[in-house]
Design a protein around this ligand. Structure first.
Ligand SMILES: [Ca+2]
Ligand SMILES: [Ca+2]
Length: 338
């Protein structure tokens, strides 16, 4: 005897399944938004005497690092971006540490140079790279006379309360060692930026152009410019200008202003093999990782947030790259990242 399944039943099943998936997606989005609202961890702060930097205490514990498969596919206003280097999302345990509340400033770097006589890579003959209008390939030309005191080229000046730029990874490490620490690992940087609830931006899951310095309507880079927000600055902003953009720990400038060198060698596949406790990146590599995005970057849902990973050769220096430092907390129970 022949059996015949009604097409109406089949259609009803498909419609029910699609409906159930849609409801589930809406619920996940709503629950996720509820989970990232207004979390502030009341942690200790202290001032580092040598440069007057405020440091924020990040307690020991786990957090979720990276992006899930769905989170690594990002639709911005005009483009679809894929970020496979943020996968897989994985749990990481970190010992406690102190991290600088803002990017290191020009004024702080002046103290370092006055105390040590240090000369940056750019000053030793290779010069820095200011942003210059033109085709994408010619935007960052090495320009004689460009260094941390002249970040936009010869004749330009650097304000004391702006982040120091035109510094290489080696310059950044030298500063942090002078200050008693070193550059944060990628994991330390990301935990300080997003806390433990997996948020995309320091303040939550949704982008807000009033909470950071990125490629807003004043931005000189036409292809990235966002006409919907005016953040007040075309290039760098004074550090700490956006208190509403603070991370759950109260750390500032973790999205935008300048990219920040971190300790780790960059490897796009590192998250697949990362250790659970205090990961510090691959043992060797060709380029160092940078985090957070900068004044130059548009499409912030993809490029200016807590999870985006970028990289450059360690000797390179740009007008949109700076750094901050970490100092391990006392009485740590694991010293594997020393
Ligand atoms: Ca801006
Ligand atoms: Ca930054």
């Amino acid at each position: 005897m022949k059996t015949c399944e009604s097409p109406y039943v089949k259609r009803a099943i498909i419609i029910s399944l699609v409906g159930a998936v849609a409801v589930a997606v809406v619920l996940v989005v709503l629950l996720r938004r509820a989970a990232v609202e207004d979390i502030t961890y009341d942690t200790e702060r202290r001032t580092r005497e040598i440069d007057s930097m405020t440091m924020v205490y990040i307690p020991a514990g786990e957090f979720e690092m990276g992006s899930s498969f769905l989170e690594s596919i990002v639709f911005t206003k005009s483009k679809l971006f894929l970020f496979p280097d943020q996968r897989p999302k994985h749990r990481v345990y970190l010992d406690a540490y102190w991290i600088d509340r803002t990017e290191v400033t020009v004024g702080m770097f002046k103290r370092f140079v006055a105390a040590t006589g240090y000369r940056t890579n750019a000053e030793r003959g290779d010069w820095g790279k200011p942003w210059t209008e033109g085709p994408k390939e010619t935007e960052w030309p090495m320009t004689p006379g460009t260094d941390w005191l002249h970040p936009q080229g010869p004749g330009s000046t650097a304000e004391d309360d702006h982040p120091v730029t035109q510094v290489s990874w080696q310059d950044a490490m030298a500063y942090c060692e002078w200050a008693g620490g070193r550059l944060p690992t990628e994991a330390q940087w990301e935990k300080a930026a997003r806390g433990t609830d997996g948020r995309r931006f320091p303040w939550g899951d949704d982008f807000c152009g009033d909470f950071l310095n990125y490629c807003d309507t004043r931005c000189p880079v036409e292809r990235w410019r966002d006409p919907d927000f005016d953040d007040g600055y075309s290039h760098t902003a004074p550090v700490g200008s956006y208190p509403e953009g603070a991370s759950p720990y109260g750390v500032l400038d973790m999205a935008g202003n300048v990219w920040e060198w971190v300790f780790d060698w960059y490897d796009k596949d590192y998250y697949s093999v990362s250790q659970y406790r205090n990961p510090a990146g691959p043992d060797a590599g060709n380029v160092r990782a940078m985090r957070g995005g900068a004044w130059y970057d548009g499409e912030p849902e993809g490029w200016v947030n807590c999870v985006v990973r970028h990289q450059n050769p360690s000797y390179d220096r740009y007008e949109d790259v700076g750094f901050r430092c970490v100092i391990p907390a006392e009485n740590r129970d694991d010293r594997s990242v020393d």
